[in-house]
Design a protein around this ligand. Sequence first.
Ligand code: BDP
Length: 682
Amino acid sequence: ETSYNSWLQYSKITDSPLVDNYSPFLEHVVIPENTEVINSAKEELLCGISSMFGKSLNISTELKKESFIFLGTEDKYEMVKELIGVDLLGQLNNEGYIIKSFESNNSIIIFGKNDKGVLYGVFHLLRLIQTDSSLNNIDIFENPKNQLRMINEWDNMDGSVERGYAGNSIFFEENRFVRDWDRIKDYARMLSSVGINAIAFNNVNVHEVESKLITTEFLPDVAKVASIFRAYGIKTFLSINYASPIQIGGLDTADPLDEKVRNWWKEKTKEIYQYIPDFGGVLVKADSEHRPGPFTYNRTHADGSNMLAEAIEPFGGIVLWRCFVYNCMQDWRDRSTDRAKAAYDHFKPLDGQFKDNVVLQIKNGPMDFQVREGVSPLFGAMPKTNQLLEFQIAQEYTGQQRHVCYLIPQWKEILDFDTYANGEGTPVKSVVDGSQFQYTHCGITAVSNIGNDVNWTGHTLAQANLYGYGRLTWNPDLSSEIITDEWVKATFGTDLDVVSEISDMLLQSWRIYENYTSPLGVGWMVNPEHHYGPNVDGYEYSVWGTYHFADCKGIGVDRTISTGTGYTGQYFPENQTMYESLDTCPDELLLFFHHVPYTHVLKSGKTVIQHIYDTHFEGVEQAEGLKQRWLALEGKIDPTRFRGILERLEHQAEHSKEWRDIINTYFYRKSGIPDEKNRKIY
Ligand code: BDP
């Protein structure tokens, strides 16, 4: 199945003008080392070359005079030192690599400081070929910008996936592990091809069965999965239940300051490491949405996480502690509370109290993965505490992989957002890559969007979000355009029309989705619970704390210091000032920060109400446009993927009308203000 092979298609190359360029390099592969990861690199290279060129490479451990691809690490530096020189070596970090090619003897050197670098280098070389790049004079030097480049699966052991839109779990079924290890291996290949180096494969909501993942009943299976990932340079983490000492340990408390509890975790950790010697650590959702946590015992989140960190420290493990802590049972009649403020209020005062092997995992925004929201003000606000940024690749609020919504441009805006934490020029990416505050552990993680659908992601175009996430996490400075171009070529081939059409469709899609859904940063307006489809007041009178405050006069959440919830005060002064004032708050976030009358005039010159009408009409036209553009590609894409994507685009075009009509009607009725252009509003 083509869609199963995602961006690792390795389609046969027959007509590329570059075949003549490639051929001379493709005779021998020289592999003097023999580690698990190097073997994965070798297997990938052999498979890629044979699939693209119908050619088997000869394998040897000795350098040839010409026509070879060398794969090796620092341990074999002597063999290639003349070719790569000394200078670069010192600059390579643990996962970095160098690729150099020499036309004089048709050779390519892929050199990693460690074996993981070699594997990444092989994937890079295969990507160059898949994207029609010449192999002459390659001179590539790559170090990943982020240390942790992680994936969180929200998979439950009954086989369901929380917020999963692509079938069931590839890890679990019927409360045990699946036996299709090959699929997990293929997933490991996909992840490592874009540089992912860590995974937690069970849901952050850890229920009774999953609590047992850290018992002898399941640890052998966890170890098996960990070994599959290990061969691709990926470390395994588990989400744990904070109340495990009670749940599986038979204790009557999970109080982090209780000696029994502390010892229990120490013993438990020791046991885990007996099964998985390089276990990465634990991921914890505590005191959030009814999950247990230290608050039960009047302890802080520093107490809670440090207790685990102490237990895991002797083994080199880390604790990823989520900051998604808020009151999900607010009294909606008391609207002085603001969910957006919660994470900062809970965690900022604890700066400096966390152990070195605790990392705070912070969602990109203060609410919950909306199509548009502010950037979490916690980034940069805790110079003495390790931070990890959390994205959601799964499109929970952005069309659930039935609508195309390519999130790379959104993530780039977030990574580039200037926090001003160390003055101007302190973007989020420089906080989470550790360079601002010299964090010991940090990076980026994200909720995965895959399941056991043949094409992994339900919507084949949603594969691009997973691909782009990995590439961007490796290097946040890559442009959306470059990432998109790579993905389309590797996935659909290098036909120029195909590449430019699909790339453009993807790059426009976030804005299109935003156009016909919730306007100007206000968020939500989805059906409660499953979060799909429009429902303007779905959460308006609920305890979850997600309001838009629309009435007959106006709309938006006043989060200012002067008259609102005071949320803007959590930003550094420059951002605070920008958001606080109606004059400087960007249009796209206006309703996230301000409550305004429908007649308020935006910077675009339109009133808020007219903006709502216009974007919703326009969004539907654009969604229809996506479908038409896709139809025009018929014959250039294999029929199965063509039809699969077409079906989704057809649904999107239809569903966008429902969004348009419900939102426009709602605001027309509330405001009583007609559309200037007299279009049909029900
Ligand atoms: C929300 C999801 C919920 C997750 C929660 C979380 O709706 O299913 O459990 O986030 O991140 O977005 O913990």
